[in-house]
Design a protein around this ligand. Structure first.
Ligand SMILES: Nc1ncnc2c1ncn2[C@@H]1O[C@H](COP(=O)(O)OP(=O)(O)OP(=O)(O)O)[C@@H](O)[C@H]1O
Length: 624
């Protein structure tokens, strides 16, 4: 086995350079990771795992049951175990991203996790969270601009991203879009390397990867693990979960941790694992891949010909064997090491953010415009608005004040259409972005406020151009008050309506974070606002009439009729002349109090956005 390691070393040391600019260069700060007796418990009642608790069934479930280990700089630890054994939970815990009931101790150079450590940590999640419409180069350059400190110039950051592309073997596909399951882009292995590249940009001392090889063929998996192996040689501490590595891969790991139902069954050198299990009475009946053998053991199946054995008894025996043979010596070794490293490898203090607020804002805005250019200039969306504009213009063709019923109907239609349309566009924003926001925020890439402003402003031009176009067409075709002042008044009311409805959509999406639920909730709220808007029902019972005070439609409708009619204006009703202010759909709303309506909409404009912002604050922060 030693010779196998030497072969691998020889093979890969020739493949990668170690020049000063290389991604494989020595890391600035080495980190010793230690975790002792890590226990993690979840409240199954809170998580909805148990329906009832009438029979005193325990409502807590232990996911991790006292896991200990230590990974030194330059080492690569593989965590193995069957599905559900707790690998991802442990990785998330030692990666500093797990809140809740976490017991035991996890230290980094003898210190707890801190924002400085966060800055030195790379975390590659199992699912690659990447923007599908950006190219590989764009993805890495934007990450470099956001994550690298201002001590580097923009050009140096770009050069660094380009170096990563070359060194991770992504040159061939650097101009291809990343893609997603529904959009053909680069291959799965290339996508994984882009995710690794994003973390490598900051030259992390610690690198965590959740199943970096899942879904990849064995050659691609081999390439990725050898890249990681080279990264470890630069003094990085690397921890990954892995499902079923081939024996070639297995021997590349310096250390192996085997988990079964949250219990550790083995922690130590990969080369010693077979002899350990042999010493406690378990050895494969035929020569087999060590990871297959280990997974069988963790499932309670000791060898191919003994599938009839009691699996729980086997697992219990293995847990006891670990406790009596490995646990104490491992704990002692971990403690002993502490004395040697204390204060030797200290992390320097560093700023919380590597870039300024304004830099983050502009980079995020540019990235957003690039990623979503196809959405903003979506032909279908534009066609929809154009068709409805002309249809409305034709239906209400040259109506005049005498057709007050028609005109008030058109004005109310404005509030409805431009309430629902922006609301449903905005509802999608945050649920779609949640994973990206969680990933980037948990690696401390930018402030929430710079993200929030860039995201709200990025869409604005198109959000405002479409209703403006709609109003220009319908206003003049329908023969509304032909005076620039009235038109501009109506336009500002309509745009305010759009912005407030958009804010409501952002808030609902941010609060619920589930598209289906948010859409249903959004339609119920908007319909309620519409019904309470004073057009359909005039004699609302007192006990429910308060709804109108929170109705976006009511205030907008009030402003729109204010833009068209004067207090003393009359119209022909049959053979006589009637006051516009007495027309039922207007009388109830009244033509006065215009300023109050503006103020009410302005308050809602701010309020809904504040709610959306507060709702986003919980994303990317470990739950307490
Ligand atoms: N927040 C949670 N709520 C409910 N159950 C949870 C939660 N977190 C973890 N678990 C449970 O803990 C166990 C371990 O989960 P974990 O994802 O760590 O397993 P894993 O070994 O990584 O599995 P896989 O290989 O399938 O990804 C599973 O049974 C899972 O259902």
């Amino acid at each position: 086995m030693e010779s196998q390691m030497a072969d691998i070393e020889a093979q890969f040391s020739s493949e990668h350079s170690s020049s000063p600019t290389s991604v494989f260069k020595k890391v600035d700060r080495a980190v010793i990771l230690k975790f002792q007796e890590v226990v993690y418990t979840i409240d199954t009642k809170k998580q909805g795992c148990l329906k009832k608790n009438s029979n005193n069934i325990p409502t807590e479930k232990q996911i991790l049951k006292g896991v200990t280990g230590m990974v030194l700089p330059g080492e690569m630890l593989a965590m193995l175990g069957p599905s559900g054994s707790g690998k991802t939970t442990l990785l998330t815990a030692i990666g500093g991203r797990l809140g809740g009931k976490l017991g035991g101790s996890i230290t980094y150079n003898s210190k707890p996790f801190s924002s400085v450590m966060k800055r030195n940590t790379g975390f590659v999640t199992q699912d690659d969270v990447l923007y599908p419409h950006l190219t590989v180069t764009e993805t890495l350059i934007f990450t470099a601009l956001l994550r690298l400190p201002n001590s580097l110039t923009t050009q140096q950051k770009i050069t660094h991203a380009e170096e990563i592309i070359n060194q991770l073997g992504l040159t061939r596909c650097k101009n291809s879009i990343v893609g997603s399951p529904s959009l053909r882009g680069v291959s799965g292995g290339e996508r994984k390397r882009v995710s690794i590249g994003q973390e490598m940009l900051i030259n992390p001392s610690l690198l965590f990867l959740d199943e970096p090889t899942s879904g990849l063929d064995s050659t691609t998996a081999q390439r990725i693990v050898s890249t990681l192996w080279d990264l470890a040689r630069g003094g990085r501490t690397i921890v990954m979960t892995i499902h079923q590595p081939s024996s070639r891969l297995f021997y590349m790991f310096h250390k192996v941790l085997l988990l079964s139902e949250g219990n550790p069954l083995f922690f130590g050198k990969g080369s010693e694992v077979m002899s350990y299990f042999d010493s406690v009475g378990f050895s494969p009946s035929v020569a087999m891949n060590p990871s297959d053998f280990l997974l069988d053991l963790a499932n309670g199946i000791p060898s191919d010909d003994s599938s009839q054995d009691d699996q729980s008894a086997v697992k219990r025996k293995l847990v006891l064997a670990y406790k009596s043979n490995l646990s104490d010596s491992l704990k002692a070794e971990t403690l002993e090491y502490e004395d040697k490293v204390n204060d030797v490898l200290d992390l320097k203090k560093s700023e919380r953010w590597t870039t300024t607020w304004f830099q983050q804002f502009t980079i995020l805005l540019r990235r957003d415009l690039k990623e979503r250019r196809h959405e903003s200039f979506d032909g279908l969306k534009i066609a929809q608005v154009v068709i409805i504009s002309f249809l409305c213009g034709l239906l209400w063709w040259q109506s005049n004040a005498a057709h007050i019923q028609d005109q008030s109907g058109l004005l109310f239609f404005y509030t409805g259409f431009w309430g629902f349309f922006p609301l449903f566009q905005a509802i999608f924003t945050f649920p779609q972005e949640r994973d990206m926001l969680a990933k980037e925020r948990s690696s401390g890439m930018y402030r929430l406020s710079s993200y929030f402003f860039s995201r709200s402003i990025g869409d604005l031009p198109m959000e405002l151009v479409l209703p403006t176009f709609f109003l220009v067409v319908t206003y003049w075709m329908a023969g509304l008050k032909p005076n620039l002042g009235s038109f501009l008044y109506a336009l500002s009311a309509l745009l305010l309506n759009v912005l407030v409805s958009q804010g409501l959509g952002l808030a609902l999406g941010g609060l619920v974070m589930d598209l289906k639920k948010a859409t249903i909730l959004g339609s119920v709220i908007m319909l309620t606002f519409s019904l309470a808007g004073g057009y359909y029902v005039q004699n609302v019972p007192v006990f429910i009439s308060w709804i109108k005070y929170i109705s976006i439609s009511l205030y907008t409708y009030k402003l729109l009729i204010g833009s068209q009619y004067e207090q003393d204006q009359t119209y022909r009703c049959g053979n006589q002349t009637c006051l516009v202010a007495d027309f039922p759909a207007i009388k109830n709303i009244g033509l006065d109090g215009q300023l109050n309506s503006f103020v009410a909409l302005a308050i809602m404009l701010i309020f809904y956005r504040v709610v959306a912002y507060v709702a986003l604050m919980r994303i990317g922060v470990p739950k307490k």
